[in-house]
Design a binder for this molecule. Sequence first.
Ligand code: CA
Ligand code: CA
Ligand code: CA
Length: 116
Amino acid sequence: MRAVGTNALADGGAGDDEVVFEEGADAIGGNGSDTFYYIAEPLDGQAHEISTIQDFDPAEDHLEIQYISGEFAPEMVFIFEDWADGQGANVLINGELAIRVAGGAGLTGADVTFIT
Ligand SMILES: [Ca+2]
Ligand SMILES: [Ca+2]
Ligand SMILES: [Ca+2]
């Protein structure tokens, strides 16, 4: 199933799902091997609305991030930081918090598929 959320909640539910979410939207994969597909918007000087993946399971789920790159696109730098409590990780874009990944402790750029 393909669940899409914009400024809302995308919930894949049971089974293997592709859960598409944008800035400010929350995502739930549910049971199964889910692909969370985040669409990052280039924002010149504006803050990102924070999104949350509520149940990332590194053993079976995967994160994909789509962004625009190229000569005329603003540069986007992605940084991954574990939460202090070890229960998740943050994805920062150009130094600003963009995605909170509950369950995603240890997540690095090597675990993520970037689509440009
Ligand atoms: Ca499903
Ligand atoms: Ca699922
Ligand atoms: Ca899952």
